[in-house]
Each structure stands twice: as C-alpha cells, then as structure tokens.
Design a protein around this ligand. Structure first.
Ligand code: GDG
Length: 476
C-alpha cells in the first residue's frame, strides 16, 4: 500500500490530550493516526538566523517531519499573504484584505522551498495530500522539482465567489496553481460551485460533472478533478470523552457556580470570521426582550488566542472585551454574571465535558469552511437529555446538520429568538434533532472523509485528472 504524506503549513504539536485549538490539526491528526504515514510542515519555530533543518520524529505509525521558518519567511508567507490577504478574502472580508507584492513573492518562495525540503523524503509510490490556503502553489513547486506522484489538495476554508476572489491581485496565478493538483477537495458544494464559476467565467476553462460525481476541470492547459468532501469528527470518541468528564472538576465547578441556571456555550479561536461580536449582541437582545431569562441563563464564550500578532486580531479582541464588559455592566447582578468570556485554551476532554453540561451550543460564524465545534457539540451530548445546537447558515456544517436551529448571524433579533426557542425546547424535540444529527455525523466521520478523498485521488490518472473506470462511487 502506498504511504500517505500529509503536508500542511503547521504540524500541530500533539500532546497527551490530542492536538490544540485549530480545526485542521484536529481533522488531519484524526485522519492520519489510523492509516499511519508522514506529516510534513512548519514546526512553529521562527528562526532569526541560520539554515532551518528538518527534524524527524516517529510517534506510533506517524512520522512527524518539521522545519522552522526564518523570520522574513514567517512575516511574508504566514503572517502576510496567508493570513492578511488570503484568510480575509476567502472569508468574504474584502474590507480587511491587505496586499503587498513582496509578501506574495515570499509566499511563492516559501512554497517552493518547502517543496524542495520534502522531495528527498519522498518515495516513488507515496500519495501526497496537501492542506489549506497556505500551500496553494505546492503542487506546482513539486512538479517543478520533478515529482511525479499523485498530489491532492483540500481547502479547509470557504472558496469565495469570483467577485470577492478578484480582490486578491494574483487571483489568476493562484487558481492556475490549484490546477496543478490532480484532485481538489472543497468542504461543501457551494465552495466547489464557486471554484467552477471562476474556472468558467474568469479563466475561460470548462467543467463537467462525471458519472462518478467528480467534476472534471480543464483550464490553463491542465486537466484535473474536483469534488466536495465535508470534513467530519469521530462522534463516538467525543461522546466517550464527554461522558468520562461528566463528573470531573471543570464540570463540577461550572455547575456549582451556575446554581441550576441554564448555560449557553461557545468555543472558537478568537477570529473575526467567527461572528463573536454579533453573537454577544444577540445574547444581550435575548435579555432585552425576554426579561424572564435574566438571572436564569449564562453564556460562556471560550476563545483561545490565535494569530495575535496581526492587527485585525488585536482589534477583534478589544471589541470583544468591550462588548462583554458593556453587557455584563448592564445586566450583571451580585449573584449572576451574564457572559463569561474566557480568553484561554482548554484541553479537548474538558471542552467535550463542558459541551455536554450545557443546554445550548451557540455556533454562529459569519463564514466558516465547516466548523468542527458544531459537530463536536452535538457529538458530546447526553443521548438521554441532549442540548440544542444554534448554527449559522454560513458554516459549512449547516449543509449537513439540519437538526440544528439555523440562523443568519447578521440577524441579531433572529438569533435572540433562536436562543429563546433552544432554551425552551421540549425533550422530545431535542431528542429527535439530536438523533438526526448523530446519524449524519456517524455516516460521515473523519475516516469516511479521508477514505473518500484518498479513493478519488487514487482514481484520477496522474496529470490527466480523469477518473479511471469502473466508476462504482455512489452519488452523494
Ligand atoms: C479550519 C476552518 C474547518 C478550539 N478551542 C480549543 C480547541 N479548539 C478546537 C475545537 C475544534 C478546532 O479547535 C476548531 O475547529 P473549527 O472547525 O471550529 O475552526 P478553525 O480552527 O477555523 O478550522 C474550519 C476546519 O479548519 C477543519 O477543516 O472546519 O472551517 O476554518 O476542534 O474543538 N481545542 C482545545 N482547546 C481549546 O481551547 N484543545
């Protein structure tokens, strides 16, 4: 069997409790720990001088191959083009897009350099699976270095509508670079449609749905395939983790502080795409419009820091601190704090237990590729007394989790209404919604996601992008 090589910007430090905050790390690690293989990428170290060297570490069936980044590379490739240009653009925040030609050059240079570092570690029949927006030019760079292996790409974040993508000056080069992969995977059908729209209307290419469900793409003199592969979780593993933590200290502390009040729970990296300010205001609106809820419910927002050296992230942090202070100042009583805003990271097991102990999972990003927290919240529930998920229609997860209360995160009144409905929902309805969503999560867990992608990547004939018959893949 060929070896799986995962390439992502950051190879997540894996502690005993699993990977830390970040959806890609969680999904990729879950996928790789079963099959074994190699995970190649940045170690997280930023070097001020010297020549970065690859470090290899074996852990069970997985080899971690990591390398540091020089300060200039970190600034241009990671902080600059990846996170100040691509991230906001792909999350429809054209107003936050910053562009600097030198940073884009750094982005291309680091992709080429990383590809050259990987080449000596490769075997002929390795299958290479590249992840996310930091590494769009990676296949081009591998091909330039003479690599002939199959190379697939999965985009964890949304693919934006063409009119938004056009805000990124080198949009054409980026899409051309994507066409050097053999298979492109997107989280949802709307993302795949947006990509196809660019191919047809901006790049003058063609797209055709094949009988096996893959879309064949011809553009820039390349032929490849693309599909939608919604990432999942391991729901039963999370359920066990949550149950095991039911009587643990964090849950006991939470319950003793709540004195029987209900709790609404949110967990997000502190990112402007997650809709935190709007979410706080909708909770405030609930307290405004439904006085009976005052002193009866608390909202816990856990938001670990992320990309804190970028201005836009410092800004969202300040806004959130101001909002939580303002709302608490307005409504808090001596024995009740309406919003608990916690700017730190918790262990995965603690989060699962807290999800289970809460009445409502409140997940309202303005845009999100998938949103694993939504899936983790449902997985962690007590099957006999589950909580209710309030979910943004702009999370990829909303395409699958029809048992959630789906909201528009810009509609503050609508979200406040949904919170009220969730808090009052009778057990029978909660059970029906929970079972519906759990069935969906079990059917499309992380292994299914990985296996579907790997099967399709194995099928596309290298550099022709045409899937090889027989085509037994079910539509779906
Ligand atoms: C990207 C895309 C897509 C959060 N706080 C803590 C913690 N987390 C974990 C959550 C979850 C993960 O981090 C976050 O994943 P999301 O999917 O919600 O969001 P992103 O980080 O933006 O992920 C996203 C994902 O990639 C996968 O494809 O769904 O759309 O943006 O697993 O539980 N984990 C720990 N402590 C925390 O405090 N241990």
């Amino acid at each position: 069997m060929s070896r799986l090589i995962i390439v992502s910007n950051r190879v997540a430090p894996i502690s005993e409790g699993g990977p830390a905050a970040g959806g890609l790390a969680v999904g990729v690690y879950d996928a790789l720990k079963e099959t074994g293989g190699m995970w190649f990428g940045w170690s997280g170290d930023v070097l001020t001088s010297g020549q970065p060297q690859i470090a290899l570490e074996e852990r069970g069936a997985v080899t971690f191959a990591t390398i540091g980044l020089l300060r200039r590379d970190y600034d241009q490739y990671y902080r600059g083009f990846s996170n100040a240009t691509l991230w906001p653009a792909f999350h429809y925040r054209a107003d936050l897009v910053q562009y600097d030609r030198h940073e884009y050059e750094g982005y291309s240079r680091v992709n080429a350099w990383l590809a050259q570092q990987l080449v000596p570690l490769l075997r002929e029949d390795d299958v290479i699976w590249v992840h996310d927006y930091h590494l769009i030019p990676f296949a081009q760079a591998l091909r330039a270095a003479g690599v002939k292996n199959r190379v697939g790409f999965f985009l964890h974040i949304p693919f934006p509508a063409s009119q938004v993508l056009l805000a990124v000056p080198p949009h054409r080069e980026l899409v051309q670079a994507l066409c050097a992969f053999d298979l492109l995977g997107f989280q949802t059908r709307p993302d795949l449609r947006a990509f196809c729209d660019y191919i047809v209307n901006e790049a003058g290419g063609t797209t055709a749905l094949q009988p096996d469900g893959l879309t064949r793409i011809e553009a820039f003199g390349q032929t490849l395939c693309a599909g939608d592969y919604p990432i999942g979780v391991y729901p039963d593993e999370i359920a066990e983790l949550a149950k095991a933590g039911e009587r643990g200290k964090p849950v006991r502390t939470l319950k003793s502080t709540l004195h029987g009040r209900k709790v609404i729970m949110s967990v997000d990296r502190l990112d402007y795409s997650k809709g935190l300010v709007e979410r706080f205001r909708a909770f405030e609106r609930l307290l405004d419009h439904a006085p009976a809820q005052r002193n009866k419910v608390s909202f816990v927002q856990i938001a670990p820091p992320t990309r804190a050296d970028l201005h836009a992230y410092q800004d969202i942090r300040l806004r959130l601190e101001a909002e939580s202070g303002r709302i608490n100042g307005r409504y808090a009583e001596l024995d009740w704090t309406p919003i608990w805003y916690i700017h730190r990271q918790y262990e995965r097991a603690v989060l699962a237990a807290l999800f289970r102990a809460s009445n409502v999972g409140y997940v309202t990003p303005l845009r999100d590729g998938m949103n694993l927290v939504a899936k983790e919240y449902v997985s962690a529930q007590d099957p006999g007394d589950p909580g209710v998920l309030v979910l943004s229609r702009f999370a990829g997860a909303a395409q699958e989790l029809s048992g959630a209360l789906i909201v528009n995160p810009l509609d503050i009144d609508g979200m406040a209404d949904a919170l009220g409905t969730a808090l009052a929902m009778p057990l029978a309805e909660r059970l029906a919604r929970y079972h519906d969503m759990m069935a969906q999560l079990r059917e499309n867990n992380v292994s299914v996601w990985r296996d579907r992608f790997m099967r399709d990547l194995g099928r596309v004939s290298v550099r022709q992008g045409v899937s090889v018959p027989p085509l037994e893949r079910a539509q779906g």
